[in-house]
Each structure stands twice: as C-alpha cells, then as structure tokens.
Design a protein around this ligand. Structure first.
Ligand code: AMP
Ligand code: MG
Length: 492
C-alpha cells in the first residue's frame, strides 16, 4: 500500500495488522478515504479508545478529527472497501462497502483484534449510484444505539467517534455530512460468503471460511468437519444474539443477510428501535411495508439468513452434494428448539426464576399475552415486577394480570432462593432504561442545532441501564401519545 505523500500519524497508539488485505484480492478494493473540507469532532468515545490501546487525550483533539474524517491516515493503515453481496428483503443483490472503508485491524494491548472502519468516507468501486457519504443524524443514531446495546450487555459493534465533514449531503433535504468510526470484531457477513458463492470462487470460499474460523472460532479449527462446526458456531451465536434482542425489546429493522455479522455482533443500526408496548408485530422501519423484520419475526429471519449462509458452505461441507445438504439441514433444523430454549431461559431470569419447571413456557406465554391485551409497556412492566409495591397503572390493575401475578408468585415461592435474590436477578436482566424513541429523536434534533448536551446525557443514561438511578427516572417514561406511531428511516 502506498501511503506516501499522505500525512500519516504514528503517535496515538495505532497498532495495525491488516490480515484481510492478505485474502484474495477480489474480496476488496484498495483505496483511500476521500478527504473532507472541514473535519470537526463532535463525539468521541474515550473509554473505548483506551480499551483499544489508543491515546484518548491526543485523539480527542485535532489529530482525532483528522484521522476519523479520513483526512489523515493512521500509521500502518491499509484502507480497503470490502466486497459483499446480500439478500435485501429477500432479494439477492451484489453490494460491497459503498460508503465505508476498513482502515485496518487494531491489535489491542490484550492482543485482541478489531476492525476500525470509517462509515461515510466517500465513494468506492461499490458505491453504485450513492454519494459515499453519510448524514450526521443517522451516524449519531448508530453511535447512540450501539453504545446502548453495549450497556445492555449485548454483543455489538462499537462507535469510536463521529466527525462532521464540513460538507453538505443531499438527501430529501440538505443535511450536514458526518463520518462514524465503527469498531467491530470483524465485518465478515453472511453476504461476504454469498458474494463468493455467486461469483463462483470455490477457492476463495475455503480461504474465507478458514479465515473466519481462525478469527472467530479458533476452537473449531480442529473439529472433524470444521466447516460444519463453523455453521453450527455461527448459528449458536445468532441464536444467542437474537434471543437477547427479543429479551430487551430490540427490533433491528433491516436484517438483510449483508447486515448479519458472522462474529455474532449486532451490526448496522439503521432503522432499528426499541419496542414500547408489547406487540410481536411491531415494525418501525418506514420501508418495511410487509413487516418482514417485525419484532416477533426476527428468529425466523435469522434462521432464513443462516440457510443462505449454509447454502454457500455446501461445497465445503461434503464432496457429495446430497450429504452436504443433509448435514446443513440437520444443523438448521435445530434452530427453533435451540432458540426457544435460549429465549425461555432468558425470560426465566427476567421473571426472577432460578430453576426450571415444566409450566414455565406457559407462564411466560400468558405473561406476554397479558401485556399485549393491556397494551402495557414491555420494559417498564418487567422492571416494575420486581418492586415490592408495583405501580398502580396498567397492566397491574388488569384482572387477567392480577391472576397471572398470583400464579407467578406461587411459582417463585416454590424455589429455594429468597425473594430478595429473585428481585436482584430480575433487576440484572430487566433494564430500567432503554433508548426510548422520543428521547433518541430529541437528542438528535438538539445535535442538529449544535447542542450535544442532550445526547451526552442520554449516552450516560443508557450506558448503565440496569442500575437503579432515580435521578434518571424521567428516561423511563414511554413516549407521549403525540409521538406515535414512531417511524424510522434507513437513513444514509
Ligand atoms: P445499509 O442499508 O447501510 O446496510 O447499506 C446497504 C448498501 O448500500 C451497502 O452496500 C452500502 O455501502 C450502500 N450504501 C448505503 N448508503 C450509501 C451511500 N450514500 N453511498 C454509497 N453506497 C451506499
Ligand atoms: Mg449494511
């Protein structure tokens, strides 16, 4: 990579190893970010910078603005746009990083490896008709939601910085341009494998599969059939991830196969949002007309996406196609039961249950039915269940709910653990706060006016969602009726 002539910066602790650039060259395109007019840092994640082994003090200033805008390459960076394909709303498309660049893989002081990616860094060979840029609002939204997910303890890509470019972007209106620096275990997607399968690159497929095993599932390399082990391991992580989404009421909104990372991290926070009232049919995304990515459909979609992944692996699973299909199907068919168990065990914790009983599934099911019937807030009802004196509002006065509560209390009394332990278990699994949609909008609106204090406070609130912090009680309030129905946009 020729960085000569560019102003590179060695000091702030960059320690890049660019293993992805050693993969076959059809997997990426080498290019530099397109410089921007007037970079200005608006938000910077000091704690994350430190975890990455970076000098947060240095990067918080002019150096960070220059680096995280793409105007100055960090020492050792070898920027690439990654090629990938994907099923978008069920339809296959060849994509690639159309507005993102991987600067390189930062090796942390603990020896961990993280992709450092600029999102909104200019046109690439995969931009199609796009401008390669991003607007401030959606980049701040991704920053906020990804850090909220981190606070909730859900595997996620992280956000290191958002920098204003000083250039406008043209969408329905003219908006301030911005670049997000995303940190990820990797950006290998189901769609990356689909790209290789579609372009008939069997050698590339094996190389990428082995690379993915080394990078994310080193324990599986020695498995009898490492590629079947890869499929199983990816499935396990998706089961765990999507179960956690459901448990906190998260709706990703655009679970296309290009937005499913094999690492098991949540990735690509576009139209995502948290559900207020419990309803499995909840959809926020303005483009999801059919409800394909509705809250309650997310497990089915994850399984569907895994089937696309499995298809790409068939040539590696067995030289006999029939055998390969059988191996893949056996794995995929285990998904529903695996998911049910994982999710149910999460719900048990949310209801303060330590042991397992036969009727737990019915107890949980009836609880959710009550919530739906009473149009009750999912997050708050669960959090309030642990209170000695629950609030007087819905659903706690609803006759069906009162009856359910008696069943639940009886169930609790049948376990050995004292009620206090049960309450603590519940508080550790039921967030007091989530990034409520009206709060997110208010924070982004203020930021659009140059006031970042609202966003900073919201970030502080959602960073520790399980803590009891009465001073932030207002952040628990569901949206006012006036802000319903809430719509999100695949903001670019
Ligand atoms: P996303 O909806 O962010 O997952 O993006 C889907 C695809 O569209 C990816 O290949 C992106 O790189 C590409 N894309 C989104 N916005 C732009 C843009 N403004 N310019 C170029 N490509 C874009
Ligand atoms: Mg995407």
């Amino acid at each position: 990579m020729n960085n000569s002539g560019r102003n590179t910066s060695p000091r702030p602790g960059w320690h890049f190893d660019n293993s992805y650039t050693r993969l076959p060259e059809y997997l990426y395109a080498r290019l530099n970010p397109v410089p921007v007019a007037a970079p200005k840092m608006v938000i910077f994640n000091r704690a994350l910078a430190q975890d990455l082994g970076l000098d947060a003090g240095l990067l918080a200033g002019e150096e960070g603005a220059a680096v995280f805008s793409g105007n100055r390459l960090p020492a050792g960076a070898e920027p690439i746009a990654q090629a990938y394909a994907g099923h978008q709303f069920g339809h296959f498309t060849v994509l690639g990083d159309g507005r993102a660049l991987l600067l390189g893989e930062q090796i942390t002081p603990h020896g961990e490896r993280f992709d450092i990616q600029l999102k909104g860094s200019g046109r690439t060979p995969y931009s199609r008709n796009g401008d390669g840029r991003a607007a401030l609002g959606p980049m701040l939204r991704e920053y906020l939601i990804s850090e909220a997910m981190q606070g909730l303890g859900i595997p996620t890509t992280r956000s290191l910085a958002v920098v204003l470019t000083g250039e406008p972007v043209y969408r329905e209106t003219t908006l301030p341009g911005a670049i997000l620096t995303r940190v990820a275990a990797s950006h290998i997607r189901v769609g990356t494998f689909e790209y290789l399968a579609a372009h008939k690159k069997p050698d590339g497929l094996r190389i990428l599969a082995e690379y993915t095993l080394r990078r994310h599932f080193p324990d599986q390399i020695e498995a009898e059939n490492p590629f079947l082990a890869l499929l199983q391991a990816v499935q396990e992580r998706q089961v765990s991830l999507v179960a956690r989404w459901l448990l906190v009421g998260f709706i990703h909104g655009v679970m296309n196969t290009d937005n499913m990372a094999l690492s098991g991290e949540s990735i690509d926070y576009g139209p995502c949002a948290f559900m207020d009232r419990y309803d499995p049919a909840t959809v926020f995304s303005s483009i999801d007309h059919g409800g394909r990515y509705a809250y309650g459909r997310q497990p089915f979609i994850a399984q569907w996406n895994l089937s696309r992944f499995a298809e790409t692996l068939l040539p590696l699973l067995n030289e006999n196609e029939e055998t390969a299909v059988e191996l893949a199907n056996n794995c995929l068919n285990a998904f529903p039961e695996l998911f049910r168990k994982t999710w149910l065990s999460g719900m048990r914790a949310k209801l303060g249950l330590f042991n397992e009983e036969e009727e737990d599934a019915a107890l949980v099911h009836d609880f959710l039915a009550c919530l739906q019937q009473a149009q009750a807030d999912y997050t708050n009802t669960l959090r309030d269940l642990a209170l000695e004196t629950p609030p007087d509002g819905p659903p706690f006065r609803h006759p069906a709910f009162i009856e359910w509560q008696q069943r639940w209390q009886l169930r609790q009394s049948r376990q050995q653990e004292p009620i206090q332990a049960s309450r603590e278990l519940m508080d550790a699994h039921n967030p007091a706060v989530i990034p409520r949609n009206h709060r997110v909008e208010a924070a982004l609106e203020a930021a659009g006016r140059g006031d970042y204090a609202v966003l900073e406070t919201l970030l502080e609130v959602v960073a520790r969602p399980y803590d009891h912090r009465p001073e932030y009680a207002a952040y628990r309030e569901p949206p006012p009726a006036s802000s319903q129905p809430y719509r999100t946009f695949c903001g670019t």
